[in-house]
Design a binder for this molecule. Structure first.
Ligand code: MTE
Ligand code: MO
Length: 322
């Protein structure tokens, strides 16, 4: 489908399947044309009043959810990992050959103890915890995933960030021999993401190493991927090889591609429509196969983690597509 065709679909008929096709079409269209002027941001609700920082108990209440979990087979066969292709089933097939051991991560920038560490050393002394989080993709589908991982803050503190470390930038491996998707210069590889330092240090922010108590499968971002449950899924960057503390807001892969559609903050917000589709509801992929295409549920501000994270955005205009 061409981008022009994609844009012609009446919004009432847009499902996350068409959205994902639009997103894929956009990659091709943008490769040939300068940035297309997209319609402005959705109408805004007034921002919620500033809130006090969460208590430790409120933070912990975000670590688990009783919602029905997504099945292992769905989490590992319905993926976005464009380095291995743009189809949902591509990563589970093509990422099988990604070599995840040995693996090292280069950590640098505004910190006192930079270094390149083997994964084992990066995680030394930290015990993986289980966190059951909602994952909400910008395309309008969501899952409930039992991750295994360590708080990102615990890893970052090992490197003694300085007061100049206002943001943290992350980079995915970009090895064309292992990643067939890199042959398509759609995204400006390597995949890059970033967080503000307070977001990176937030107790909900996880560096995941596994799911369902097992090591992370390649298609889910092995051996190490970010999980930021209150943000759209594209912020949760996979197969990380570099972490940098930086002073300025870092450039990110999706934002570079289409700034009006993929903001730096990208906190889940049902009141702010994506320029080309509504974000009010989501298709929850959970439970039995027969439910997969039936369940649409309301999307929640901050993906339901407002109690834990809203205070970080006090005073910020949430009505904009950040
Ligand atoms: N390196 C990299 N990280 C990535 C992506 C990607 O294409 N490349 N896709 C993102 C998107 S859009 C989503 S929704 C999640 C999907 O994670 P999952 O496949 O483990 O569910 O990974 C994110 N991280
Ligand atoms: Mo996504």
């Amino acid at each position: 489908m061409s981008l022009r065709d994609a844009l012609r679909i009446p919004s009432a008929q847009i499902t996350d399947e068409t959205v994902y096709r639009q997103r894929r079409a956009l990659l091709g269209a943008l490769a040939m044309t300068p940035a297309i002027a997209m319609s402005g941001c959705g109408a805004a609700e007034p921002p919620p009043p500033p809130r006090a920082p969460p208590t430790p108990a409120q933070v912990r209440s975000g670590f688990r959810t009783d919602e029905e979990p997504t099945r292992y087979e769905d989490i590992t066969s319905y993926n976005n990992f464009y380095e291995f292709g743009t189809g949902k089933a591509d990563p589970s097939r093509a990422a099988r050959t990604l070599r995840t051991s040995p693996w090292s991560v280069q950590v640098g920038g505004e910190c006192e103890k930079p270094g390149t560490l083997a994964l084992e050393d990066l995680l030394k002394g930290l015990r993986p915890e289980e966190r059951v989080y909602r994952l909400r993709c910008v395309e309008g589908w969501s899952m409930v995933i039992p991750w295994l991982g360590v708080p990102l803050a615990a890893v970052l503190k090992k490197f003694a960030p300085t007061s100049k470390a206002k943001y943290v930038a992350f980079t995915t491996l970009a090895d064309p021999r292992q990643m067939p998707g890199l042959a398509y210069r759609s995204i400006n590889w390597p995949y890059r993401e970033g967080l503000r330092i307070d977001e990176a240090m937030h107790p909900l922010t996880l560096l995941a190493t596994g799911l369902y108590g097992k090591p992370l499968p390649q298609q889910n971002g092995a051996p190490l991927r970010l999980v930021v449950p209150w943000k759209y899924g594209f912020k949760s960057i996979k197969s990380i090889v570099e972490i940098r503390f930086v002073e300025k807001m870092p450039r990110t892969a999706w934002h570079d591609l289409q700034p009006s559609e993929y903001g730096f903050f990208s906190n889940v917000n049902p009141q702010v429509d994506h320029p080309r589709w509504s974000q009010k509801t989501e298709r929850r992929i959970a439970g039995s196969a027969s439910k997969l295409f039936a369940e649409r549920i309301p999307t929640r501000l901050f993906n339901g983690y407002g109690e834990q994270v809203a205070s970080m955005y006090a005073g910020m205009d949430l009505g904009k597509w950040y």
